[in-house]
Design a protein. Structure first.
Lengths: 253, 253
């Protein structure tokens, strides 16, 4: 299997009671999924778990074993409910230690902001052997250990950290997509979709209905790593939709 | 253990390639989490899985066994990528059958919309033994089988289905919350938060920092099923924050 055909996968663990209580609308799943796609890495599964040690450890161990990469968001701040570092260290069977570079970063960042204290120093704690991921936004770095990446819970801080990682992870061919929109109830052309999906190897068609301007329609998203197959599949679907007397809108509605 | 102290839990499986590709921002996690909280049921874990049979079956069997309720969203429409009914049936070891009431609902709904066809009839398929959950929005019903609830992927259709289920599921005391805001870096008062969290049994304090109007602040959310403990914990945290010379804003900032 060459690098071109191998599919690289990632999993994500979203850690935080605030997501499970409904208080906070998660934005990291979509953000990290999109970023991974550009790196040629497919997000295969996500788990949302509470701020509970055993729940995090179980998820870390299951997901890191069966994916090339594992990302976590949340729980790396200064307060008592931030236990991600401890949980990942326990899952990996390593100690927690103060990373000297992280300590230095935090000393500098807080020099004009009241100085380091016990809570702030918590943000320099890493699983032993970890490297840092730069955070230009708020001092406290992200953490990489092996194939596990610990990112912030706050989406714009995670965005910065992802930015720093761009182009550094090995991936495969990026998953490309083509969207075709049509003012048609998806249930009317289900057979066409199924037939087209089966006809093109390595293409998956997703159907996403909507109700807008008093009418029903749907966007059909074709995904493939192979540009030629993607284009052929899109052309076939457009032809099939137009054969029903409807307009097919490349790019979606 | 009485009903009042027993904690009722639920899990959620979000099914769909469109969430894992980043194309669609999930809204069902927050919506279902909030609704469950009102029913006195705690959302304990969420998994996002692709439209792949084995991935759905694995998640269904793991999560239904260790929670009182399991919800799924997505994959119950008319197209080839809608495989949730088949996956849940496989997980439960039952056949898939046409539910006569669902067929009737769909016949009526599509009577003036071109009639039933093969794709539309797919939406009457249920795991054998299932009951329907009403969908006043678009005909195709949700499905309940045992402790598993299959909801739509489109958030406003799921909202309708939840509405129909309101008050029908046994739960415990609802988890209440109190929010206290303060213009303080959370890292400055981490010790106060930790001490207060430990001092009040059954209360968990979450810390949610923000950056707004050029200043950093945080909202502290206390959660408990016990009103008296919640109020006492909130009073202690407010007193602790005000002892640092800052204003503590009940209700959050």
């Amino acid at each position: 299997m060459t690098n071109e055909t191998r599919i690289w996968t990632a999993a994500l663990i979203v850690i935080g009671d605030e997501i499970l209580s409904g208080r906070t609308q998660d934005k990291n799943i979509a953000q990290i999924a999109t970023w991974l796609g550009v790196q040629g890495i497919r997000l295969r599964e996500v788990r949302v778990v509470p701020d509970v040690m055993d729940a995090i450890v179980e998820a870390v161990n299951t997901l890191r074993a069966r994916n090339d990469y594992l990302f976590t968001t949340g729980g790396i701040g200064p307060t008592h409910d931030d236990i991600t570092v401890d949980a990942v260290a326990q899952a990996l069977g390593v100690d927690v230690e103060i990373h000297p570079d992280a300590r230095k970063v935090l000393e500098d960042y807080y020099a004009t902001r009241g100085g380091l204290n016990e809570g702030r120093l918590r943000m320099a704690r890493v699983p032993a052997g970890a490297n840092l991921i730069e955070n230009r936004m708020s001092g406290a770095p992200g953490i990489r250990i092996g194939n596990v990446f610990l990112m912030a819970g706050v989406p714009h801080i995670t965005a910065q950290m992802l930015d720093g990682l761009t182009g550094t992870l090995e991936g495969g061919l990026p998953l490309q997509s083509a969207t075709i929109g049509c003012w048609v109830p998806e249930s009317e052309i289900a057979e066409l979709l199924s037939k087209t999906d089966r006809a093109f190897d390595g293409c998956q068609i997703g159907s996403y209905p909507f109700f807008r301007e008093g009418r029903v329609g749907a966007n059909f998203v074709i995904r493939s790593t192979d540009t030629a197959q993607l284009e052929a599949c899109a052309a076939a679907l457009i032809a099939g939709l137009e054969a029903t007397g409807r307009e097919a809108v490349a790019g979606g509605i």
